[in-house]
Design a protein around this ligand. Structure first.
Ligand code: PGA
Length: 248
């Protein structure tokens, strides 16, 4: 199974000119064992094309057309060449108040439209064992009713919110923290989809993935790639992370 290194550019860079320059540098990289995904802001999507890179979006709406001012639908994204959508990032869950229920609808409508979904899950804090309950509820509610036949297009990104580079009081997640979470996530997927699908679903890690630590994260058993924020805005850093994925 191929690894996935996905770039979440968030609301960056500031102009389409800068976006094109960054994209051009990154899309020169050829990878054999890794799918490279770049998720730029919506408006830049039509300007960024490459054989080596798949385009993702950072969000999506739940309907395909209609009176929904400001929204962008799965079918619109497909029509401009988008292959992946990131759904449920903490900056949307916490920053935009998106509930598990809304995320669930976004996941289902995207999968039904033929997009691959990177569904982001992760606890806000890890102070006590309570967070396992939180994580289970988040996963179960976000994936409720997703048909098994779509599960091959579902990728989970485990992003402990406390480990994201821009979090206040950021702490680094240890390989042990991540390993335990992947086992827990897979067990939850097993409850939802059964064993075969649970074993086949790729789980990415996200949260301060940088060139110097990428290999340590990518070597964790059960991890099939990374969702990269800050380091994806620097072409050299991002290339190094892809290189690390190719070596693992
Ligand atoms: P980071 O962001 O790599 O800057 O920690 C990850 C993310 O928020 O997706």
């Amino acid at each position: 199974m191929k690894k996935i290194i996905a770039a979440n550019w968030k609301m960056n860079p500031k102009t389409v000119k800068e976006a094109k320059i960054l994209f051009q540098k990154v899309s020169k990289i050829k990878s054999r064992k890794t799918d490279i995904v770049i998720a730029p802001p919506f408006v830049y999507i039509p300007f960024l094309k490459s054989k080596n890179v798949k385009i993702g979006s950072q969000d999506v709406f739940i309907q395909n057309a209609g009176p929904y001012t400001g929204e962008v639908s799965p079918s619109m994204l497909k029509s401009v060449g988008v292959k992946y959508v990131i759904v449920g990032h903490s900056e949307r869950r916490l920053g935009r108040g998106e509930s598990n229920e809304l995320i669930n609808k976004k996941i289902k409508s995207s999968l039904e439209s033929g997009l691959k979904v990177i569904a982001v899950v992760g606890e806000t804090e890890r102070n006590s064992d309570e967070f396992w309950k939180f994580l289970k509820k988040q996963i179960k509610e976000s994936l409720r009713g997703v048909k098994r036949k779509y599960a091959k297009n579902l990728i989970i990104a485990y992003e402990p919110v406390w480990a994201i580079s821009t979090s206040k009081n950021r702490k680094k997640a240890s390989p042990q923290d991540i390993f335990e979470a992947t086992i827990f996530i897979r067990r939850t997927l097993l409850d939802i989809f059964g064993r075969k699908t649970a074993l086949a679903t790729r789980i990415l890690y996200g949260g301060s993935v940088e060139p110097q630590n990428a290999k340590d994260f990518l070597e964790i058993e059960g991890i099939s790639g990374a969702l990269v924020g800050g380091s994806s805005l620097d072409a050299e850093k991002f290339k190094k992370i892809i290189k690390a994925a190719e070596q693992v």
